[in-house]
Design a protein around this ligand. Sequence first.
Ligand code: ADP
Length: 345
Amino acid sequence: MGSISKYWHKLSPAVKLTVAYVGILMVISLFFSVVLYNLAANQLANSLRRQYVQLQRPNGSTVIVPSGATPTQVQEELENGKQNLLLQLLYFNAIILALSGAISYLFAKQTVRPIEEALESQTRFTADASHELRTPLAAMQTEIEVTLRSKQLSLKDAKDQLESNLEEVEKLRNLSDGLLRLARTSESQLLDVEKIALSCIIQESIKRVRSSVKCKKITILNKTQEVELYAEKESITELLVILLDNAIKYSKEKSIITIKSKSGSRAIQILVCDEGAGIAKEDIGHIFERFYRSDDSRTKQTTTGYGLGLSIAAKIVHLHKGNISVKSKVGEGSTFTITLPRYSS
Ligand code: ADP
């Protein structure tokens, strides 16, 4: 029993589910086979018994006489019939077992796949988040330990230490903000859709990135048309802030960022173009994944981030049943294009 349960635990969830499906089907099939066997055997016995003829005697009493076949022959025929029936039912059950096994395995695999994918993604996410949390925490721990060991700690050293700690705390706060935003933008979230003017969202998002624009002396050109769309104002503003933030982060000082729009009868496109560092071909397919940062962004200390921005942006776009894409050339710049339906479905 112990070895069975050990073996059972080793099986993949799809196989376990298949065994359960097939088990249920086989119990039902065997039950009906037994019922069918009993009914058919009875009927066979009755029909063979009818080969004996009932005769009326002159005195009024009845007598049963065989109609050609001897009782032994009738008994043999009955046994043969029962055996044939049993064999046929066995074949039938074997076919059901094979067919239900194959079909159940396919169904089980399909049922289990999204659950396994969700579990895997959850595990990866937890591992990535813990890794990102560990880095600033480890840096802070080392710095504090070194400072505590110092015997002649000056006020300046202590201030430097606190400043450095503050930087790490800021990083941790940004990370937790990002994680929180990612958690809030869940796939099943209901949107508070309303009619909004594109110019209104653009103005609000430019306002939110004002301080970093000033810092890098960047110019943002707003070349969008005056159009209206049905969307959730706060999330679309957040989406544009993420794209503008990146455009600023990955551009040199005094460069130009242009926001354009193209509107059709059903959809509207918003383009955020920068003249920044650009994205390498091998990174383009991954930048919308959680925690993905190009090697270049990781190594450069000047650009902060945890690779969460674009995955939040992609979630917001998908919630609006839209699409986000990017065209980029290293050293020349990038253009992010958001396509949103103008009317909510
Ligand atoms: P991060 O916090 O690292 O900016 P994102 O999810 O916003 O995270 O972006 C993921 C990666 O995509 C970045 O690390 C960067 O390598 C690349 N990227 C995003 N936007 C741009 C851009 N406008 N120009 C160049 N690279 C970009």
